[in-house]
Design a protein around this ligand. Sequence first.
Ligand SMILES: [Fe+2]
Length: 197
Amino acid sequence: MHTYEAQTFTIPALDGISQKQVDVHLGLYEGYVKHINLLREQIHDLESEDAEKYAFAIESIRRRMGFEFNGMRMHEFYFPQWEGGASPEPRGSTLDQALSEKYGSWDGFISHLKKVAMSRGSGWATLAWDAKGKTPHIWWTTDHELGTLADVRVLLALDMWEHSYMVDYVPAEKAKYVEAFLKNLNWKTVENRFAQL
Ligand SMILES: [Fe+2]
């Protein structure tokens, strides 16, 4: 059976996000990779054992797939954004032009991203490009999979689960985590994702 392997990321020392925070978070990511494999293995085993008898159990496990799979994949968008170190915001780039068309300006885009990131609860603030509609979207995903959009290409993924900042910040300080996340961001990675559309 096909299995997923946890990716490794070369993350430099970050400003405002500790090594312990990153290490704890990477461990959680590996848990999602483990569980997407486990989930598929368990469905396979139950189907082999007695698909009819275990139909309800199989269905229940299958309902968890979006949570575990996106939990893996969203972190694979998240961690590489720090690889290579921070780079300046790409003001004046084609990415800036595309975002400014919708959000008014680069600052308007950043402001909207921060507003979505401050949504209550655990989830993700994501910037993606809708190729079909030829427009960017920033939206909130509860957990890893609830309310997410189909058929869009992720450009920037901002983890807003408490586990992504609570080694360094309390929940009331999560705006500081958002600032630190952005300060350390390698915007070239975001630009490359946009260029590869
Ligand atoms: Fe996370």
